[in-house]
Design a protein around this ligand. Structure first.
Ligand code: GDP
Length: 203
């Protein structure tokens, strides 16, 4: 991996706009169903083992978590914010909780000025679930640039990876180049994902 991450810091947790950090830095958000590998991906991207807690028990957090990172790509320094959006797809959430989650996400997607792109995670092996597709439609409607990170790519045989990524792109009605395979455990796709984000940092 060529890209280095000299600093990565947790900044704050917020549920509403009043809690969003005031910053002029470009921001990238991460969203996906719970257990898709979002915490692991943010940790792998930032080269930190525990920046975001990786838990096997579905987290109950309904808040946004913000991080500030300084990233070095050869000689270029990129400073940005990362926002970890609460995971979706719990079987047991009540309608009220779901509505609250939607309110938080919608408020953030429509109201966050510095947001430059949303990384939506899907499972590379399983492909987009119905909820992932709904999320994608929601993001499309918000007019925010979206990158799909297909996680746990290591679980697919090498010969199956490109065909799987292609078919996920078709299912989501996206160009193939918008679907990137990643593996946090094998650190695949990290530099590529950073560079896709940097390409969008100016908005
Ligand atoms: P989150 O709920 O979306 O934050 O998901 P986590 O990052 O907590 O990961 C959920 C589970 O998937 C954990 O058991 C991780 O060890 C596993 N996992 C995450 N990333 C990868 C990966 O790249 N490859 C494999 N094989 N497992 C992964």
């Amino acid at each position: 991996m060529e890209i280095k991450v000299p600093t990565a810091d947790f900044i704050t947790t917020a549920t509403g706009p009043e809690g969003w950090p005031k910053t002029l830095l470009p921001e990238f958000a991460f969203v996906g169903r719970s257990n898709v590998g979002k915490s692991s991906l943010i940790n792998a991207l930032t080269r930190r083992r525990k920046l975001v807690r990786v838990s096997n028990t579905p987290g109950r957090t309904r808040a946004l978590n913000f991080f500030e990172v300084h990233v070095l790509d050869r000689k270029h320094e990129h400073k940005s914010m990362l926002c970890d959006l609460p995971g979706y797809g719990f079987a047991k959430v009540s309608k009220a909780e779901k509505a609250q989650w939607q309110g938080i996400i919608e408020g953030y997607l429509t109201g966050r000025d510095g947001l430059r792109a949303v990384v939506q995670l899907i499972d590379a092996e399983v492909g987009p679930s119905e909820q992932d597709t709904q999320m994608m439609e929601f993001l499309r409607a918000s007019n925010r640039p979206v990158i799909i990170a297909a996680t746990k790519l290591d679980r697919l045989n090498k010969s199956k990876r490109i065909p799987a990524l292609r078919s996920h792109a078709v299912a989501l009605r996206l160009p193939e180049t918008d679907v990137l395979g990643v593996s946090s455990t094998e650190e695949l796709g990290m530099d590529e994902l950073w560079r896709k984000l940097f390409a969008l940092e100016r908005g």
